[in-house]
Design a binder for this molecule. Structure first.
Ligand SMILES: C[S@@+](CC[C@H](N)C(=O)[O-])C[C@H]1O[C@@H](n2cnc3c(N)ncnc32)[C@H](O)[C@@H]1O
Length: 274
């Protein structure tokens, strides 16, 4: 098994999710009348173990962190496209009745086999992490997560992949596959309006793109307006070793208390590693 090497900010991300998952599970497990049945869902789960580029040590990935949270979630769903990662995760987790491990495309598995189990009216709730390296997530998944009203969502907004493959200075030169992937993630072609500033008459600097944070803010608005999440935190920039933003970590929920908790956690980590 080849383990993924992860940078400093991926470790920060893991700590953020762990902090939030602990608070979430504590609140959910303490609720009575009605009692909630709360689940953890990891759409791009990885193998469960990485190697830290900083220390060279093994680091637990998001699915194993979730399994270690106390009080525990009632059920866990882990999905990855890579068969060798899923085999490793299955080996480490073993057979557990309340852990469901899937090999395949999470865009299909979440819609067909996972989100239908998180029914609001049955007092089911879920914390869902969608942490892809690049533009691999489909908007329908994000939209359904918002519509079911029972899901708190962490989402990786892969701005570096977007800049490499779709958001070019000269949009007419972008390849069709880049445009298609961007539209699939964003949900429609309105990303063009967000990314390419209105040109002033006689402006010679045609096709200049908006800044990363302006594009991320436009997506934040979509999470509220189109996916109907009641609360969407300002996204947290996640950087590489040179300080460039690789992606933004988004958090969206239906609950004001969730927003308050994540704001405190984001504040704690925002200035790390600068
Ligand atoms: C950033 S890693 C996940 C790391 C993990 N969340 C953690 O923090 O430990 C992204 C993973 O997504 C998987 N992947 C890529 N496309 C996928 C898809 N369409 N469905 C499910 N998994 C996918 C990759 O194999 C990779 O393991």
């Amino acid at each position: 098994m080849q383990f993924d090497e992860i940078g400093y900010w991926s470790e920060v991300k893991l700590d953020i999710i762990k902090d939030y998952a602990r608070a979430y599970s504590t609140i959910m497990a303490s609720q009575r009348n009605p009692a909630f049945y709360h689940m953890y869902i990891d759409g791009f789960s990885g193998s469960g173990v990485h190697i830290s580029k900083t220390s060279g040590e093994f680091v637990l990935g998001s699915p194993l962190n979730a399994l270690n949270i106390a009080p525990p979630f009632k059920e866990y769903y882990f999905i990855d496209l890579d068969g060798s990662k899923i085999a490793e995760l299955q080996r480490v987790v073993g057979e557990r009745e309340n852990v469901h491990i899937f090999e395949g495309d999470c865009n299909e598995i979440l819609l067909k086999s996972v989100f239908p189990n998180v029914r609001y009216r049955n007092h089911r709730r879920a914390l869902c992490l969608l942490d892809s390296y690049g533009l691999h997530l489909k908007w329908q998944v994000i939209q359904l997560a918002g519509r079911v009203k029972s899901i708190d969502l962490f989402l990786n907004f892969p701005i570096m992949d977007m800049n490499r493959n779709a958001l070019w200075r000269y949009p007419e030169k972008v390849e069709a596959t880049g445009i298609e992937r961007m539209t699939t993630f964003w949900g429609d072609e309105s990303w063009r309006g967000a990314a390419y500033r209105q040109q002033a008459l006689f402006d010679t600097d045609e096709g200049k793109t908006a800044t990363n944070i302006e594009i991320a803010k436009a997506f934040q608005k979509r999470l509220s307006d189109i996916a109907h999440f009641a609360h969407v935190a300002d996204p947290l920039p996640m950087r590489n070793s040179r300080g460039a933003v690789v992606y933004y970590l988004f958090f969206a929920s239906q609950k004001p208390v969730s927003l308050k908790i994540i704001k405190d956690i984001f504040r704690k980590y925002r200035d790390r590693g600068r």
